[in-house]
Design a protein around this ligand. Structure first.
Ligand SMILES: [Zn+2]
Length: 346
């Protein structure tokens, strides 16, 4: 998700005027403190899809995440926007997060018990969003390849098709998707796939081009099991985010509970789509704990079973997006070949 519609920008505007609390407590849209879910048994949780660069205080989000057991975060970078920003800032955000966590340990500011003043582990994925497909020039493709070769980068994404907003012409979206899918295949990187009202065309392209060997994650899945099945058959993994917790999402919860657990990960799409009971607030990666709790509930699990499911989801996220990708640093000739072949789609 990227482009805000009027409703979400209204929420964001309200949020921009709202007071920012530099603590680790959750608050709903009325500012009331919300208890974190009790069913997580202190298990680590991963947010496999956050736009840290769209948050007003990324370091606060990192500190709040750590304080709420969100130990692994994948942040999204778009080479058609400002690809350098996240790569340049991340170490600073993590340093500031450590300082904030230390101050919480020492002060009386309301906070949860923080065992270690350490920022969560963060990896990046880089991809030209379907909204920006019409900007996928040769230069943007080269920026994408350069960013993809950085050791921080763990995958290509979010890429795909968005026929809801149609901000780029559909044939251009399809071509940008194909091109980036091919790059992921060549660079042996997994893909985070964004599909909105375009699942049929998305499937057709995946069947033709092939699912990358390193894996493919269907991001923000919010439909029923019949829609999910062909993606599972292709070997895709599935990310459940805020929509899983929405009142009307019964079909989605049924689909989640039928998903093979070695295929499931949790995510937010922060700053969008805060989960219940935080709807109407700006979402941060720490909010993923409510989605994880909802997932456990959808499976009807408690105790050891709940712990095992949470552990599986966390390990799935690490396996997909926390692999060693430093090899490109040692292969300048191979990288140059890729750069030489970049041509973009517009
Ligand atoms: Zn997104």
């Amino acid at each position: 998700m990227r482009k805000m519609n009027t409703a979400t920008s209204a929420v964001a505007n309200r949020e921009d005027k709202a007071e920012v609390f530099f603590d680790a407590l959750f608050r709903d849209s009325k500012g009331r403190v919300v208890d974190p879910p009790a069913s997580l048994h202190d298990m680590p949780v991963a947010d496999t899809h956050a736009h840290l660069d769209m948050l007003p205080h990324p370091h606060l989000a990192l500190a709040r995440s750590k304080a709420n057991n969100v130990e692994f975060i994948v942040t999204v970078v778009d080479p058609s926007e400002d690809p350098a920003y996240t790569y340049d800032q991340l170490a600073i955000w993590q340093h500031q997060a450590r300082e904030l966590l230390e101050s919480w340990q020492l002060s009386n500011v309301p906070h949860r018990f923080v065992a270690a003043a350490e920022a969560p582990r963060v990896r990046a994925i880089v991809g030209c969003h379907p909204h920006n497909a019409a900007k996928f020039t040769c230069e943007v493709e080269r920026a994408l390849i350069q960013a993809a070769a950085r050791p921080l980068t763990a995958g290509i994404g979010e890429i795909g098709l968005d026929y809801h907003y149609d901000l780029s012409p559909r044939p251009v979206q399809q071509e940008a998707f194909r091109r980036q899918l091919a790059l992921a295949n060549e660079m042996l990187l997994p893909v985070a796939l964004h599909l909105r009202e375009a699942h049929e065309d998305g499937l057709a392209i995946l069947r033709k081009e092939g699912v990358p060997e390193a894996g493919l994650l269907l991001h923000c899945f919010n439909l029923d099991f019949a829609t999910l099945e062909p993606f599972l058959a292709l070997g895709c993994m599935v990310a459940y985010g805020g929509p899983l917790t929405f009142k009307k999402s019964d079909e989605l919860r049924v689909a989640a509970a039928r998903t093979p657990r070695e295929r499931i990960v949790t995510e937010t799409d922060a700053p969008f789509m805060a989960p219940h009971p935080l709807r109407g607030t700006r979402c941060g990666p720490e909010d993923v704990v409510f989605t994880a709790a909802c997932l456990v509930e959808a499976f009807g699990f408690e105790g050891i079973e709940a712990r095992q499911l949470l552990n599986d989801c966390y390990e799935n996220a690490r396996r997909l997006f926390d692999r060693d990708t430093t090899a490109w640093q040692d292969s300048p000739a191979a990288l140059q070949t890729l750069l030489d072949h970049a041509k973009g789609v517009v």
